[in-house]
Design a protein around this ligand. Structure first.
Ligand code: ADP
Ligand code: MG
Length: 534
């Protein structure tokens, strides 16, 4: 019984009440305004110079790469111009040693190599033809530019955007730390390594994953006003939304088109409330933060995203294991265990290693609804080397995991609701009854069971949203949205190369776009997943 009581105490510390959620929203709105007014606020509110979102009629073949926090994805995307697309992609885990490499070159050379492998595998003919052309030309510049793939580079770290394919790294997050890269133009770093391999690829656009997700959602689900928010719940968390230019008070360095009266803003909300005015702060949150390379920073992200939830769980579990009054993952004799053997934890269990528990374990725990929790118990054995865990052990583990997952979802609702309220769309008479579209991407929101349902539950409790508002908010997974979004921006960038150097590219694109039937049935299955997720 001691275990059950102690577990309840732990679980209780992860409560995040409706009242807390509402307080969070008020503070989020305040910090958003602050970020729109000045630099150096908690929410960076970075202007992206994107002043409109796509409408589903865009066409062409593009490449995109995505450096998330965990994986590097390389893809080619055929935009069909009827809200559908075909996507070919590969994914590799980023080697841990490259995340903390001595020089930026080491990381970017690895990325360029992956692009080469992708081209050889999936666009072999195009690649071979390019090599033949190079060999027969007298000068390396002799080959035609049209044969070069335009690539959208999704780079999911805080960047000072200086142009459509130019931006300097502000700081690393999510466990990366290559000081040499800070302040450098990440597009140039990638292009240099691509050129060393003589690949037919031009880095045409630099895209934050949130902006890509917003673009992709608008392309594949065009509504009366386009999507208003693209949000990531993966290794890290962040969001980009469509803001009125009139509310953007701080000075803008670059040129932009103001005809739409709007601009996409990259909030960098991972840093929301670094001051901890409203964020919950358990002993395990404190322990986790202190053990990171960036203590006191990305405090919201550290309570919400995939990189951290497994570690919070691990720290809470370890505390419970240390409690002498509680028999957790251990029993006196096998008779107290319905598997008839003695529970024990291997010395080398990942439970004893920092970052040893992956957030996917939380998903397994939350998803297991079998009466004996047999799936979770197997996972505990195979993944965490806890042998013969009892049902009570598994129940305690699951309760804590679910409490952490639920708190993360409710915290996510804070950011989503604040942005919905900030845009004023719920009270806009012109949009009465229309859905408010939000695109989301990332393994956590995609795979954690009922993550979106828990977000909706919190949204319903938020002043200014409520039951009716929550019904209108349509949160859809933009699977591989960052890839499609990067392709969309590369498309416009390619168009700009011929015309002007204006930073407003989507407006250009819209002028060129042909009207097509937006209700056309998707040709390719990538979108059926989107529809199924609705
Ligand atoms: P990236 O952030 O690199 O774009 P993802 O969106 O795939 O990549 O997110 C990776 C993060 O999601 C990792 O922190 C990982 O622990 C977590 N994750 C992976 N699978 C799951 C899952 N099934 N449930 C919850 N979290 C997961
Ligand atoms: Mg991602």
């Amino acid at each position: 019984m001691a275990l059950e009581t102690q577990t309840k105490t732990v679980v209780g510390q992860f409560d995040y009440s409706d009242e807390d959620v509402n307080k969070g929203v008020t503070e989020f709105l305040r910090q958003m305004s602050e970020g729109l007014e000045k630099d150096g606020a908690s929410l960076s509110q970075i202007p992206t110079y994107v002043t409109a979102v796509p409408n589903g009629t865009e066409k062409g073949l593009y490449m995109a790469v995505d450096l998330g926090g965990t994986n590097f994805r390389v893809c080619s995307i055929q935009l069909n111009g009827d809200t559908t697309f075909r996507l070919t992609y590969t994914k590799v885990a980023i080697p841990k040693e490259l995340m903390v490499a001595k020089t930026a070159e080491e990381l970017f050379a690895f990325l360029a190599k992956q692009i080469e492998i992708f081209l050889r595998t999936h666009h072999g003919e195009h690649f071979e033809a390019h090599i033949r052309r190079r060999m027969t030309m007298s000068s390396p510049e002799g080959f035609k530019d049209e044969n070069v793939f335009r690539l959208g580079f999704t780079f999911s770290f805080p960047v000072q955007q200086l142009g459509i394919n130019k931006g300097t790294l502000i700081r690393w997050t999510k466990g990366f730390d290559i000081p040499d890269a800070v302040g450098k133009d990440v597009c140039a770093l990638l292009q240099t390594e691509i050129d060393k391999l003589h690949l037919p690829v031009k880095v045409a656009a630099l895209v934050n994953d949130t902006v890509g997700t917003l673009m992709a959602r608008s392309y594949s689900s065009p509504g009366k006003s386009g999507a208003i928010l693209g949000a990531i719940f993966g290794t890290g968390t962040n969001g980009a939304y469509v803001e009125k230019l009139s509310k953007l008070k701080k000075p803008l360095a670059g040129e932009y088109d103001n005809s739409t009266g709007e601009m996409v803003i990259n909030t960098e909300w991972g840093s929301f409330d670094n001051q901890l005015k409203v964020l919950p702060n358990t002993p395990w949150d404190i322990q986790l933060d202190q053990a990171t390379p960036n203590p006191g920073i990305q405090m919201y992200e550290k309570r919400v995203s995939g990189m951290y939830l497994g570690e919070i769980l691990r720290l809470a579990v370890i505390d419970l294991l240390k409690n002498p009054d509680v028999a957790f993952f251990r029993d006196e004799n096998s008779s107290s265990n319905d598997w008839r053997s003695t529970t024990n934890i291997a010395e080398h269990s990942p439970l004893f290693k920092q970052w040893g528990v992956d957030t996917s374990v939380l998903s397994v725990a939350a998803a297991d609804t079998t009466p004996e929790l047999s799936i979770l118990r197997q996972e505990l054995e195979s993944n965490l080397h806890v042998y013969a865990p009892s049902l009570e052990d598994a129940q305690a583990f699951k309760a804590i995991a679910c409490a952490i997952g639920r708190r993360a979802a409710r915290l996510s609702a804070v950011a989503i609701a604040a942005i919905v309220l900030q845009t004023g769309k719920l009270t806009d008479p012109e949009l009465e009854g229309e859905p408010i579209d939000i695109g989301v991407d990332g393994s956590l929101v995609e795979h954690y069971p009922y993550f979106r349902d828990m977000i909706y539950e919190a949204l319903r409790a938020i002043k200014g949203v409520g039951e009716e508002g929550a019904k209108r908010i349509r949160i859809g997974i933009a699977k591989d949205g960052s890839g499609v979004g990067a392709a969309l921006i590369a498309l416009v960038a390619a168009g700009m190369e011929k015309t002007t150097s204006t930073t407003d590219f989507i407006t250009d694109l819209r002028l060129n776009a042909k009207k097509t039937d937006l209700t056309a049935v998707p040709e390719h299955s990538e979108l059926s997943e989107l529809a199924a997720a609705e």
